[in-house]
Design a protein around this ligand. Structure first.
Ligand SMILES: [Mg+2]
Length: 133
């Protein structure tokens, strides 16, 4: 099973770091898409099959929380697993995101944490499958 991933972050550097972490993770990656804000992310979701969304919170145009709310309102996107990677410190906001089923990773992050969070979220098991560590 290859996982098609959408990375949504207004920082191109951060998107590249997340992508690099995914490439090093040993997870079976399919297509990877990138978007610079929530609205662009929704546009990608409208046009592509995506299995996992990795999203920032603080972005211009449409933030990550608003994007997740829109995803939850559409049958085609409401069940897509979501990992939020952010510097967000508001416990209220994090709790709202958890209630929507999103996993949360604090910046800065390690590639291993991204890998393990995705494995847990998608039920891929914890065993090392021989991929690069
Ligand atoms: Mg940001």
């Amino acid at each position: 099973m290859a996982i098609n991933v959408l990375i949504v972050d207004d920082s191109g550097v951060m998107r590249a770091m997340i992508l690099k972490s995914l490439n090093m993770s040993g997870l079976p990656l399919g297509d990877t898409h990138q978007a610079a804000n929530g609205q662009e992310g929704l546009d990608v979701l409208n046009q592509n099959w995506v299995d996992l969304v990795i999203a920032d919170i603080n972005m211009p145009v449409m933030n990550g929380e608003e994007m997740i709310e829109c995803m939850k309102q559409k049958p085609e996107t409401k069940d897509i697993p979501i990992v939020v990677i952010s510097t967000e410190g508001s416990e209220k906001r994090l709790e709202r995101l958890r209630q929507k089923g999103a996993a949360f990773i604090h910046k800065p992050f390690s590639p291993e944490l991204i890998r393990d969070t995705i494995r847990n979220l998608m039920g891929l098991g914890g065993a090392d499958d021989g991929g690069a560590d």
